[in-house]
Write a protein that binds this ligand. Sequence first.
Ligand SMILES: [Fe+2]
Length: 379
Amino acid sequence: MNPIQLFDPASSTYTYVLFDQATRDALIIDPVDEQLERDLAVLREYGLKLAWAVETHAHADHITSAGKLAELAGAKTAAPVGCGIGTAGVQLQHGDTLSFGAQSLLALHTPGHTAGSMSFVWKTPEGDHVFTGDTLLINGCGRTDFQSGSAHDLYHSLTVVLFALPDATTVWPGHDYQGRTHSSIGQEKACNARVAGKTEAEFVAIMEALNLPKPRRMDEAVPANLTSGIRHDADGALLMQPRPVPAAHAGTYAGDVSPQLAWQWLQSGEAVLVDVRSDAEREWVGFVPGAVAVAWKQWPGMVLNPRFDGAIQQAGAGGRKLVLLCRSGVRSIAAAKRATELGLEAYNILEGFEGDPDEHARRGFKGGWRHHGLPWRQN
Ligand SMILES: [Fe+2]
């Protein structure tokens, strides 16, 4: 029997659900945070009980829902031992198996895309399957230029570990960007453009010449995936309530809200999300779908936007609350104060879009809209 193959269009990620037809015990490979509801619906629809949520590696392009599936569906989590996913209940070693009903999944260490990456073999009476994550893609392979990657290791994993599987084994990749769903070991061994018929030196030269851009969500996804996609916020009790303005600013604006609360208000239609960053920041750094853009200051020179008053009044015209977002929560306070002077109910979103710099002066790791995994996009 075949796995259920599910697709996340935003990251072109394939998620797989495998199950035992008799007992209905199931296993999910590489679940995506944004697809949690879909995946729970699939489990319900097929009458499955999720035994395991498994990762092929710590992903750089999407956040896993493994931690949430553990809470909501009672799954146990498993991840390759070399991936640093400390929250996974089982740290898989090469040769380990995971059981679901009478079925079992075999872990093969296939380093190269990352040092810990694994592929998983599922043998069924109708045929064998291998879930290759980003190690082997259809007519391609995962990149090796970051996250402890190694083209030499990947060559070994492809040619010695995966190509040793029977030719008829169905290959189920972690991604495909062209709508292809599966392949076979025989097909990839014969025709894979990166590796078929190539020496290790030729393969390494191909990988080194790729010059790929950094994944858009890497700074957000990798830290989140090291904790199975669950974030731990110190101020959980106050997370979903507005906080009063500090005494020094009493009465100057309506209050402070967490990014999570702002998102909830936006979704329920209670508030309008106003992005007060400059046009350039939204363009270059990213933006929140559904937010109204009303810059507080504009480049060049970061001068006050002369159209701010009119635009913010228009945003608040329906009488809804305004929640104001900037880079790290400074301009949004100034803008919320001005909106309050204009008679609007304006809140500041704590931590802003990018959060505060961490000890290495990097943003995106300490608080902020993106760090909390809330929706955002780049053009
Ligand atoms: Fe990856």
